[in-house]
Design a protein around this ligand. Sequence first.
Ligand code: SF4
Length: 114
Amino acid sequence: MIEMRKLTFDLAEQEVARCLLCYDPPCTQACPANIDSASIIRSIRFENFPGAQAKYRKFGFLDKTCSELCFEQRNCEKACIRGRLDSPIKISSINNFLSNLELGILKKVNNDGS
Ligand code: SF4
């Protein structure tokens, strides 16, 4: 279980691996800004980071973090089905990770260091 608010690539991949890939996902339904977090999580799960960024970019929030806009309400995480098993997927942190990626705060480093 990941407690960190700031995710690295590795931690983001570990966290999305916990997602149950719900049909008709309640996390997406619960978002007041209609961010399709379930679809974003699927993209990251298949290491499609540009695709995840493009989906998140559609909502025009990449210059602000998800949690800033949501005032820490985290309706998505409260609705997450995984929370019934152990703990909800850290959706807010994943979306903040995408913001940091877009802003150039994070960069993917390959195994060879390039
Ligand atoms: S509700 Fe939770 S487990 Fe289900 S798709 Fe959304 S993030 Fe994944």
